[in-house]
Design a protein. Structure first.
Length: 147
């Protein structure tokens, strides 16, 4: 009995040493692209908000701002094309629409840019109750595009 305990203890010790000598490696996950893996904040009065934007080779800018309302409040979307030059941001053109929810509000934009540069679409969401009190706001930006 004593020999079997010593044998068992010896085998167990060897296994533990072998396990501690195994190489371990870890790698960083790839950076998210085009919104993949993005952490979405939780909102009180809407499910999600998004902003998409693209520019053709002729300077034709198109995009969409979207919000999905979850309650019977008024959802206002304001989409603004912004030109990015270094740390400077210039507002080019804005559109606004509103809808009483719940439901999805979509604001398509269509505009011809007059100068080359880097642009994005800023989508601003405002949620108001029946008294007109602002309950929640949120801003989401599209990825930039270059003309």
């Amino acid at each position: 009995m004593r020999k079997s305990k010593k044998l068992f203890a010896g085998i167990l010790a060897c296994m533990m040493m072998a396990l501690t000598c195994l190489p371990v490696s870890a790698e960083e996950p790839p950076a998210p692209t085009s919104g993949e893996g993005e952490i979405m904040p939780l909102f009180d009065n809407f499910a999600q908000a998004s902003s998409s934007f693209k520019i053709s080779s002729l300077g034709h800018a198109t995009g969409t701002g979207t919000v999905t309302g979850t309650k019977s409040y008024t959802y206002t979307l304001t989409c603004t094309i912004q030109k990015i030059s270094g740390s400077s941001v210039t507002h080019i053109k804005s559109w606004t629409t509103s809808k009483k929810g719940p439901g999805t509000v979509v604001l398509p934009i269509d505009y011809y840019l007059s100068s080359r540069g880097t642009y994005r679409l800023r989508t601003y969401v405002s949620v108001k109750n029946s008294s007109g009190t602002v309950l929640e706001t949120h801003t989401v930006y599209s990825p930039t595009d270059t003309y």
